[in-house]
Structure formats: C-alpha cells, structure tokens
Design a protein around this ligand. Structure first.
Ligand code: NAD
Ligand code: WQD
Length: 334
C-alpha cells in the first residue's frame, strides 16, 4: 500500500513515516519545510533502511502538489501539514485560516480529482474546549478558544461533510492529546524555533542551559497539586496509532473519530519530577500566573481507539522523558 504523508518531515509526521515503513508501507511525503528540515528524510532512511519519496510542495499552492498526485496512486493520505502555534494563531488568524483551511481544501480537491478519497486528519484535543469532566470521550461537546483550534474544528466538519453526498469518502479524525518524547535513536524529535510555548520543549531548553528556569503557569487549579493536568503521549505511540488508523480508513467509509491519548493525567510538577528522576538533571522552576486560555485538566478516555483500532499507548512517562532528553542532548546546536 502507498501512503501520502503531508507534513511528513514534521515532528509527528516523521515518526509516523518510520512506523509506516517498519510495517511495510510505501511512503511519499510532501512538506513546504516551513517548520521542518530536509535532513529528516535521510534520518528516516538511517533509522529504517528504507527510502521515502519527498516532494517540496506548499498546500496553499494547489499546483505545487499536483506532481505528487500525477506520479503516484495513493491508498490513503495522512494529513499532518499545518501550522500549530496557538499564540501565533491569535496574532495571525488569517495566516492560520489560509494555511490550514485553504491548504486542506486544495489537498482535498486533488484527492477528489485523482480518486483517492481516504484521509486521516490530525485533529487535537483542543476541539473539546474546556471539558466539564475528565476523562474525555469522543462524544463530548466541541468548542474552541483560538483560531488554531477553530481550524481543527472547522476541518473536522468540512471533511465530515464530504462523506454525506459521496459514499466513497472515508475520514478518520484523530484527536491527539499532548505528544512528547522522541525516537529512541535520538535522530527525530521536536525542536521548535525560538522560545518554546509547550511544556516539554521548554523543560528541554532549561535542561540544556539555554533558559534559566521553567515558569509554571499557575498552581491554584482544582487539581491534586494545583498545576495543570494533561495527557502526555509518546510520539512513537502516537505514530503507531496512525498505522492502525490506515487499516481503518482503507477498510471502511464515512467518518470515524478517535482520541489518541494514554488515559493518564499528569500535572506540570509531575512532569518536572519525572524528568529529573529519569535523567538526573535538575529543572529549576518558579510559579507564574496562569496562562490565558489554559484549562485545569485534560485527559483522554482512549477506550474507543483500543476497541476499534486495536491500538493503545505503550510507553510510560519515564520513557517519554528519557527519549526527549536524548534527542535534546544530541541536537543541542541545531
Ligand atoms: P510540525 O510543525 O512539526 O509538522 C507540521 C509540518 O507541516 C511541518 O513540517 C511544516 O513544515 C508542514 N507544513 C505547514 N504548513 C504547510 C503547507 N502549507 N504546505 C506544506 N507543508 C506545510 O507539527 P506536528 O507537531 O508534527 O503536528 C502535526 C499535525 O498534528 C499538525 O496538523 C498539528 O496541528 C497537529 N497536532 C499537533 C499537536 C502537538 O502538540 N504537536 C497536537 C494536536 C494536533
Ligand atoms: C501543558 C501544561 C501549561 C509551558 C497545547 C495546545 C494544544 C495541543 C497541544 C496542538 C499546561 C503548562 C506550559 C510552560 C507551563 N497542540 N506549562 N509552563 O496547552 O495542553 O496544549 O499543545 O493541537 O492545542 O494548546 O500544552 O505543553 O503548552 O502546556 O506551566 O512554559 O504545561 O500551563 O498546564 P497544552 P502545553
């Protein structure tokens, strides 16, 4: 089977390419390299011993993607390409709607034209807004608080609408919780530009000495230690979930929605402690005011993915911290 992976040189996409190749799929990637580097292609080869076919293309320019569809016939598309910084989306909403929405519409027009109507879409737990209770199941009410989240929720609706008049379309919406960790080789991982917004990348920069301390955003939430609770999931587990989802998307039609999380909630201070214990590195921190838009608790009920995809997360928090740190140490200069 041949799979198109959009955004395949990015953080989650690159790990997914590895898992697809490991399970014998042929993989074609396109990316505009806005938030990733071309050397990821060689790293994927180094890890798997197998080649992917790479195209530099930008979803906003439909014709730049056409050669990808002209030169291959795909069994399914895994659609990671998109912009993902919440704060930036508030500052630059047009950029986010243009890139994520228009880009995806362009992609889907080509999918229709070239008769590939099976798509796995990277959605996010952000579509649950401020959930009233946890753990979160897929049928919880949906809402968003920022343009990034709105692009995810709108795209969920847009893709679902394709399935109404056309029974050939098959859409799997995967709602990721908080991916962290890195490939065990230390070759693939996440290295955001500038000062990180997300917790684990920030901890990593403190650990390597680039930033002096972690600011913990609030310790007065209604959680066991007062700091925010999230469902952190190893990126390799997340990647494996996509391979299972390929079987689903190609074997069915209509819309199927799954949470990809572990079902465990850990606080900010749990993460700091786990990182220190796993790696023997001290993470100085101080308590700061709450960050606007943050919620107290967010973790998945991952039962549906287990029952219908045959997937569940394997790696524990210690392993997530060890792998994150190995990647950070090996990629400090970059
Ligand atoms: P990433 O930024 O590492 O990867 C996304 C890739 O898409 C990048 O390589 C980027 O260059 C590419 N891209 C962006 N716009 C493009 C365009 N117009 N044309 C072609 N390529 C383009 O992000 P990631 O963490 O790997 O996330 C992958 C997907 O998962 C995104 O859609 C993101 O919104 C979603 N997601 C991520 C998280 C998370 O915490 N990392 C959580 C939930 C959902
Ligand atoms: C986790 C916890 C913070 C940084 C975001 C997006 C979401 C999804 C995943 C894409 C929170 C606390 C953080 C810091 C801190 N992405 N924190 N100090 O906010 O759960 O989710 O990434 O879809 O849409 O919103 O992740 O890693 O930013 O924060 O105390 O320097 O760590 O307050 O409790 P979040 P995060």
């Amino acid at each position: 089977m041949k799979i198109l992976v959009t955004g395949g040189t990015g953080y989650i996409g690159s790990h997914t390419c590895v898992e697809l190749l490991n399970r014998g799929y042929e993989v074609v990637v396109f990316d505009n390299l806005y938030n990733s580097k071309i050397d990821v292609v060689d790293k994927i080869k180094k890890i798997t011993g197998k080649e992917i076919t790479f195209y530099k293309a930008d979803m906003r320019d439909k014709e730049s993607m056409r050669p990808v569809f002209e030169e291959h016939t795909f069994d399914a598309v895994i659609h990671f390409a998109g912009l993902k910084a919440v704060g930036e989306s508030v500052e630059k909403p047009l950029l986010y709607y243009q890139n994520n929405i228009t880009g995806t519409l362009n992609l889907c027009e080509l999918m229709n034209e070239y008769q590939c109507k099976k798509i796995i879409f990277s959605s996010s737990a952000t579509v649950y807004g401020s959930p009233k209770t946890v753990p979160i199941t897929e049928d919880f009410p949906l809402s968003t608080t920022n343009p990034y989240g709105s692009t995810k929720l709108m795209l969920e609706g847009i893709l679902s609408d394709f399935c109404v008049p056309d029974e050939e379309w098959s859409v799997v919406l995967l709602r990721y919780f908080n991916p962290i960790g890195a490939h065990e080789s230390g070759l693939l991982g996440e290295s955001p530009n500038g000062i990180p917004n997300n917790l684990m990348p920030y901890i990593m920069q403190v650990a390597v000495g680039k930033l002096p301390e972690l600011g913990v955003f609030g310790n007065d939430y209604d959680t066991p230690d007062g700091t925010g609770v999230r469902d952190y999931i190893h990126v390799v587990d997340l990647a494996k979930g996509h391979v299972n989802a390929v079987q689903k998307v190609t074997g069915t039609t209509g819309v199927n929605i799954y949470n990809l999380g572990t079902g465990n909630g850990y606080s900010v201070l749990d993460i700091v402690k786990a990182f220190e214990e796993a790696n023997g590195v001290k993470i100085p921190y101080s308590i700061k005011p709450r960050r606007a838009g943050d919620i107290a608790e967010c973790y998945a009920n991952p039962k549906k993915a287990k029952e219908e995809l045959g997937w569940e997360a394997q790696y524990d928090l210690r392993r997530m911290c060890e792998d994150s740190w190995r990647f950070a140490k090996m990629n400090q200069g970059q």
